[in-house]
Design a protein around this ligand. Structure first.
Ligand SMILES: [Zn+2]
Length: 564
């Protein structure tokens, strides 16, 4: 019996073993396959969860979740593993999980960027942003290079006494550095604050930061709105140029049954939705409403706010971020996509009224003290390392310490991991159950003459979303309709019409909002969720005819009808 622990961040080998162990234990519910390899040659795993006894994975509506495209965001990876584990272990126990696996498919790519993730969690870690491939330059540049120089397994900060330093010790807590005021003069001490590392080609004076050799950001690589590196840092030479993003995009687009997409990131404790580069007014209205209806449920279940990026989550009001996966899946694939930024220490420290982005540039010192107190009292000091003297080979006597980015800001402390990720699996299962699904409603056979039959097959969408999922997929001609096809034996023939009938799109229950939304009752609910395929067949009595009804996003129905 495999037991998966959610009390620590996983290295690649342990994650790989966990996925394969679960797949061995639950062979009817889960498979794991390599769908590509990373720059350094690691397999990129894709897990498929569905009940294989109720039909193949690609003939059921699906959701997709992926994680760790950014190197240091392992909590997202653990959340992906949590979702997989919850699905297979709760099948047969939890009615919603059981229903979801019987009727839907879950595709999970727990680690999109295994190379960068492995470095961020190595014994001697490196906190690089994303891919390990050097780009745009491969040569080494002079300047400060991030490195765990004291070998304690953490990348922290160096504080260096300097009469012209912009930092001073807080009067409230000697560990805390605060910005020096314009009228602060005298002996200080004043400090320069640098990330932990060493200086390549040090000239004894300049501490310039070496340009990041690995400046690719794989989540700026997706085709929708892609812009060159000079406009969008990290974008790479062209969209999907990297093996990791190419693998993701090929695997996702090869699964046209995916209706909802979730990218796991850290941090901010927020669920983000498109657009990255346009206001909500550029959406079809119905898509904003649907996004927010599903997002409200996300907030209810997880406590995370649900926000549109352009209107609520921009680092620079005059600029946008482009090339993210969530906007790409909405814009080009016509499905709903979200980016979940797991975890924030702020609410845990009692800081609840803050602006998600502006806070980092400016906040009262009381907030820093609250965060320190939280680390001291609740986490045994794990969030902030006390300054320790260190004899730096180039800078001489300095101190190393400060906030632990990896274990306090980018990821929760180990003991909080499971509680942080668990509710998100419930929200994703909720969204899976919202996807459109074709069900056979009725078969009506009527004899209309000697050897002639009217065959009517009634199909329903019993999901909440319409079969097209988004209005976008209709506007951009991405969605095809429900197609009903009859296959006749030799000796039978269609009297009129074609074997294949396009029934268009079937509505879902998302059309119903409140009883008083349609003033005057001019619209009624009617039956937009039903489709009827009708054929007139000439055949001998008791002849079987085969009918297939399929929609790429809403599944497939196959049935044989006997004319009688
Ligand atoms: Zn991220």
């Amino acid at each position: 019996m495999v037991t998966i622990a959610f009390d620590h961040l996983y290295r690649y080998d342990e994650l790989t073993k966990a996925l394969h162990s679960l797949a061995e234990q639950y062979p009817l519910l889960m498979t794991v396959e390599s769908v590509g390899t990373s720059f350094e040659g690691r397999d990129i795993w894709l897990v498929t969860v569905t009940n294989s006894a109720t039909g193949p994975h690609n003939e059921k509506p699906a959701i997709w979740a992926d994680a760790n495209i950014h190197s240091a965001e392992h909590t997202g990876s653990l959340a992906a593993l949590y979702l997989i584990n919850k699905l297979v272990t709760q099948y047969g126990n939890d009615p919603k999980v059981t229903r979801a696996i019987d009727t839907r498919t879950f595709y999970v790519m727990p680690r999109v960027n295994p190379d960068g993730a492995e470095l961020a969690i190595a014994d001697t870690p490196q906190l690089l942003r994303s891919s390990v491939r050097p780009w745009p330059r491969t040569d080494e540049q002079p300047g400060l290079v991030e490195h765990d120089i004291d070998g304690n397994g953490r990348i922290l900060s160096m504080r260096v006494i300097d009469p012209n330093g912009p930092w001073k010790i807080s009067e409230h807590d000697a560990r805390l550095l605060v910005a020096r005021e314009p009228d602060d003069f005298g002996d200080g001490p004043y400090f320069r604050l640098l990330y932990e590392g060493w200086i390549r080609d040090y000239d004894g004076v300049n501490l310039g930061l070496a340009p990041e050799r690995r400046s690719l950001d794989l989540n700026r690589q997706f085709p929708a709105g892609w812009r060159v590196h000079g406009e969008q840092l990290g974008a790479g030479p062209f969209p999907l140029s990297e093996p990791e993003t190419r693998t993701l995009a090929e695997a996702l687009t090869a699964r046209p049954n995916v209706c909802c997409y979730f990218a796991h990131h850290t941090f901010s404790a927020v669920i983000l939705r498109p657009f990255d580069d346009r206001p909500d007014s550029d959406f079809p209205t119905v898509d904003v409403k649907t996004y927010d209806a599903l997002g409200r449920k996300g907030t209810e279940i997880t406590g995370y706010k649900h926000l549109g990026v352009y209107d609520h989550f921009r680092y620079d009001p005059k600029d946008v971020i482009t090339g993210g996966a969530d906007t790409w899946v909405y814009d080009h694939l016509g499905i709903f996509g979200w980016t979940t930024e797991f975890w924030s220490p702020l609410p845990h420290a009692g800081i609840t009224d803050y602006h998600l982005i502006d806070w980092f540039a400016n906040h009262p010192v009381e907030h820093d003290l609250q965060l320190l107190a939280y680390s001291d009292n609740e986490l045994g000091g794990a969030g902030f390392a006390n300054w320790e003297p260190f004899d730096h080979p180039q800078l001489g006597s300095i101190e190393i310490g400060g906030w632990d980015l990896m274990r306090f800001w980018f990821n929760p402390p180990d003991n909080l991991l499971e509680a942080e990720v668990a509710p998100h699996a419930d929200w994703q299962i909720f969204c899976a159950l919202a996807t459109p699904r074709l069900v056979l409603r009725d078969i009506l056979v009527e004899r209309i003459g000697d050897g002639s039959w009217r065959v009517r097959v009634v199909v329903a969408n019993d999901g909440w979303l319409p079969t097209n999922v988004t209005q976008r997929s209709i506007d951009k001609k991405i969605a095809t309709g429900v197609e009903a096809t009859v296959t006749l034996e030799d000796g039978s023939r269609l009297v009129t019409g074609q074997p294949m009938i396009d029934l268009g799109q079937l509505a879902g229950r998302s059309r119903a909002t409140t009883m008083i939304s349609d003033f005057g009752g001019t619209e009624s609910d009617a039956t937009p969720d039903l489709g009827v395929a009708e054929w007139i067949v000439s055949a001998a009595a008791n002849t079987p005819i085969a009918v297939e009804i399929v929609h790429p996003r809403a599944g497939a129905i196959r049935t044989t009808i006997t004319l009688a």
